[in-house]
Write a protein that binds this ligand. Structure first.
Ligand code: ADP
Length: 554
């Protein structure tokens, strides 16, 4: 542990040669191999674990892969051992020594040299595993990758895998952005951040799915008050549960006995996660937020490998110093898997007094920010420990939606900006272009709709027409209809502010809502008649839109 702390200290690469540093940062052959001919896993005296997989052709190491949960030097040593072994006859690969690996690396810190021994020993054990299989099946010369995690015959297995991948890709193809939420360990608020991230994106008018694959603690159903929901099967798969327009799917809906997952062995867990990912009928989504199992071990690795291309990861941590090592591991994990790190969120950073709203730092804050700077990833913000978050979680509500005016909700909205920016960056949908690229000289008018005309009761409309006008030219430049967010007090003002609306044309509106719009700098024209948005806007531009009595003031 001391070694890890030292290595993860302020200068991670002290004592590393350029070559070793490169292998630590971008380990070659990282991941698992399936099918494979031989496998070994060893835990070294420092507690780090390493695994090697081999596929052998004509007695030579045809393909090789490794993973480790260890420090930077473990990764460098595993990576170099794999590079040295690839293409060698199995006997020679087994003979690669600690010295060979160290020499090839050209320098790692003295106290971490045991990592090279761990790599050499694990590689040797994998080679021995291959020999052992040969001894047990003397008449059968193993072909590359003749073994599989499931033990099925090779050809059949390969076909199954191809089909599996095809199905998964077909499922996930209509999803524009897949975002991972991860943390080095449990209990830091990863699921809370995932729920609020998903709710905030929904709130911004996006089509959002929330997927909970935290197999050991699927808490999303509890956080959203969906524990009693039963999954329904649609024509093409399992239907997500909808809550306030958010599509939710959790392993928790399927694991009626929470102890089940604890006793499953690795391959069974992976099978369940795989099946689950493949079976959910999401339909088209702008975002899928994935609440990943904590840590950097087999489970999150498999989730990432199964999902394929991910658009980014949000790493959640707490301010304590001990959390630093976990964050570094999570960031390195993402880098190894080529998942862009959108940023680090520090949760439970200080306490917000429920009486006066004062923020008191309990643990030393700023750790998340320091690590983010150190690892050169964005810092997304510090979320305080807020009793209203706990209250919302206990009541099965998304905090950001139910306490949308609170200072913590404001912080959360800032946290999601880089995620929202993904959509703005490569937007193909007109709606998003509209909401994210409104120019300063364009004015956006929102009109609540029912049956294509202005809805007289503002709070109960289902859709809004967002009409962009050029006030100088007095003409409409665009119109887009968007689904209204769920009907909850205080929600619409923030939502319409997020849509960059400058003016609302309404029939009637409650006094409280009027006040809230005023606070957000949104002008409201009251008492308009039930006409089409185009007509109302044309009247407004011509200066002939009549303000009447507040038609629905409650
Ligand atoms: P994880 O997914 O990391 O295991 P959860 O998101 O399930 O953690 O959070 C654990 C508990 O901590 C939840 O009950 C939640 O109510 C509470 N919690 C998380 N973040 C905060 C916060 N900022 N303020 C108050 N309570 C929080």
């Amino acid at each position: 542990m001391k070694v890890i702390e030292k290595l993860m200290g302020t200068n991670d690469f002290e004592g590393f040669s350029t070559q070793a540093r490169d292998h630590a940062q971008n380990p070659r052959h990282y991941g698992k191999l399936d099918p494979f001919d031989a496998h070994a896993r060893i835990t070294g005296p420092c507690g780090d674990t390493m695994e090697f997989w081999l596929a052998v052709r004509e007695e030579k190491v045809d393909r090789i892969a490794f993973i480790t949960d260890g420090c930077l030097s473990s990764r460098a040593c595993g990576s170099m051992a794999a590079c040295l072994a690839e293409g060698l006859p199995v006997e020679e690969a087994a003979d690669l020594s600690q010295e060979d690996i160290l020499e090839a690396l050209g320098g790692i810190p003295e106290e971490a040299k045991h990592c090279a021994l761990l790599a050499a020993n694990t590689l040797k054990a994998a080679c021995e595993d291959y020999r052992q299989h040969q001894k047990n099946n003397p008449e059968k010369i193993p072909s590359p990758g003749s073994l599989h995690a499931t033990g099925a015959p090779r050809e059949k297995q390969e076909n199954l895998e191809l089909e599996n991948r095809r199905q998964l890709q077909a499922r996930l193809a209509p999803i524009r952005h897949k975002i991972l939420v991860l943390s080095g360990k449990g209990g830091v608020g990863k699921s809370t951040v995932a729920v609020n991230l998903a709710a905030a994106l929904r709130f911004s008018g996006k089509r959002v799915g929330l997927l909970d694959v935290d197999i050991h603690g699927p808490s999303i159903p509890t956080l959203l008050g969906l524990e009693r929901e039963m999954i329904q099967a649609g024509e093409e798969g399992l239907l997500p549960i909808e809550k306030d327009g958010l599509k939710v799917m959790s392993l928790g809906f399927l694991l009626r006995n929470p102890d089940d997952a604890v006793i499953w062995r690795g391959p069974i867990k992976m099978g369940v996660i795989n099946q689950f990912l493949k079976d959910v009928e999401w339909g088209g989504l702008d975002y899928l937020i994935i609440d990943c199992p904590p840590g950097t071990g087999d489970e999150p690795l498999s989730v990432c490998q199964l999902i394929g291309t991910l658009d980014g990861a949000v790493v959640v941590t707490t301010p304590q110093k001990v959390a630093a090592v976990d964050v570094r591991k999570s960031i390195t994990f993402c880098r190894q898997l080529k998942v862009p790190v959108l940023g680090v969120v520090e949760n439970m950073s200080g306490f917000v007094c429920p009486q006066c709203g004062t923020l008191t730092p309990i643990l030393r804050a700023g750790g998340g920010q320091r690590i983010a700077e150190d690892m050169q990833v964005p810092f997304l913000g510090s979320i305080p420990m807020d009793p209203q978050i706990a209250e919302a979680c206990d009541n099965g509500q998304a905090f950001i939606q139910h306490f949308s005016d609170s200072p913590t909700a404001k912080i959360l909205r800032e946290v999601i900006q880089p995620v929202l920016a993904l959509d703005a960056r490569d937007d193909i949908s007109h709606t998003h272009k509209l909401t994210s690229t409104k120019e300063d000289n364009i004015m956006r008018i929102a009109i609540p709709l029912v049956d294509e005309k202005l809805a007289l009761h503002f709070g109960h409309c289902d859709r809004f027409a967002l009409v962009d006008v050029d006030p100088k030219e007095k003409k409409i430049v665009n119109r887009e209809d968007v689904e209204a967010p769920p009907h909850q007090p205080g929600l619409l003002p923030q939502w319409l502010a997020d849509q960059q609306v400058n003016l609302i044309i309404a029939g009637g509106m409650g006094q409280r809502a009027l006040g809230l719009f005023q606070q957000k700098g949104i002008q409201v024209v009251i008492g308009s008649h039930a006409d089409t948005p185009e007509q109302l806007v044309a009247d407004y531009l011509a200066g002939t839109l009549r303000e009447g009595e507040n038609l629905c003031d409650h």
